[in-house]
Design a protein around this ligand. Structure first.
Ligand code: CP
Length: 319
């Protein structure tokens, strides 16, 4: 693997999940693979899981780790080529990546959508500017439209929790939130589910349709209760409108909050959420802390998702 920024970087999704699960059984089986090498993790946005799971994954492989929080403990970056930098941006991405590429053998970057400019986000302007000038492999730690490390961990979790011969029914349900959130986790989850061995349904209020390229192959059902019927897994996530870009649509959607009564029509479904979660806004305490909750298993699997990706990139570098 050269880079990991989207599902298209994965040759075989089933094989990758199986390899990640094998690594989970023996996480310290490649302690020297990254010896003498360094990964740099660049964060333009906050993180708990992505930051710490990727650091730990790197350490398990013998890599040195450096973390840079841009805007807080580093210079503010400019991404526009040809910009006249007479404002608040102090360092151009061209210079920053040239420096990072000398210090690091792999770099990761987290660059959320601003939810202000749909065309810019859709084109992955920030990620692509970073990759254009970087001369070492790049791992996405969540970009404007995707969060592939999360999706890999989610698919691992589904695989571990499912032991029936038939395909599980997986439902991605929109949840209320107090502020507009990017579509990246939902996009990515949908993209991966559409390629996985599952029956996949997305349910959300009208107006919250994802960009169609991410939901191609999914069934869209606007009636949440109908969508939940016979579900084996329910993945809960808020996202802002794609069509009315970055907005929370008018109307009260609080009734989209999932609860135990709604879950009665499922096949005793497991509950998933990528975290962080606003308890009792997006998802109730009862479901988050209930016996069917997979949220901590998902977070745990973030480590092995990162580790299999870094292992694969390191093997490419060592060839
Ligand atoms: N799920 C996830 O990416 O968590 P963080 O934002 O804390 O990294």
């Amino acid at each position: 693997m050269k880079n990991f920024t989207a599902l298209s970087d994965v040759t075989n999704i089933d094989e990758l999940v199986q390899e990640a699960l094998k690594l989970k059984a023996n996480p310290l089986s490649f302690p020297s693979l990254g010896e003498g090498k360094t990964i740099g993790l660049v964060f333009l946005n906050p993180s708990l899981r992505t930051r710490m799971s990727t650091q730990k994954a790197a350490m398990n492989l013998g890599l040195n780790v450096m973390v840079l929080n841009v805007n807080q403990e580093s210079w503010a970056w400019e991404f526009e080529d040809g910009a006249i930098m007479n404002g608040t941006k102090v360092e151009h991405v061209k210079d920053a990546t040239a420096v990072l590429s000398q210090y690091c053998d792999i770099v990761g970057i987290r660059c959320f959508s601003s939810l202000e400019n749909r065309e810019e986000d859709e084109s992955e302007f920030v990620l692509n500017q970073f990759m254009k000038y970087c001369t070492v492999p790049v791992v996405s730690l969540e970009s404007a439209t995707r969060h592939p490390l999360q999706s890999l961990a989610d698919l691992m979790t589904l695989t571990e929790a499912w032991n029936q011969p038939h395909k599980p029914k997986v439902v991605l349900t929109w949840a209320p939130h107090v502020k507009p959130l990017p579509q990246a986790v939902a996009n990515s989850f949908s993209e991966w589910m559409c390629k996985a061995q599952v029956d996949f349904v997305i349910t959300h209020p009208e107006g919250y349709e994802l960009q169609s390229s991410f939901s191609q192959g999914a069934i869209i059902e606007y009636n949440q209760q109908k969508a939940l019927q016979d579900a084996d897994f329910v993945y809960v996530k808020n996202w802002s409108s794609y069509h009315d870009y970055g907005k929370i649509l008018s109307g009260n959607h609080d009734h989209w909050l999932l609860n135990e009564t709604k879950m009665k029509v499922t096949q005793n479904a497991k509950i998933m959420h990528c975290l962080p979660v606003r308890r009792n806004v997006e998802l109730s305490d009862a479901l988050l802390d209930g016996k069917n909750s997979l949220i901590q298993q998902q977070a745990g699997n973030r480590l092995f998702a990162a580790q299999i990706v870094l292992k694969s990139i390191l093997e490419g570098l060592n060839q």
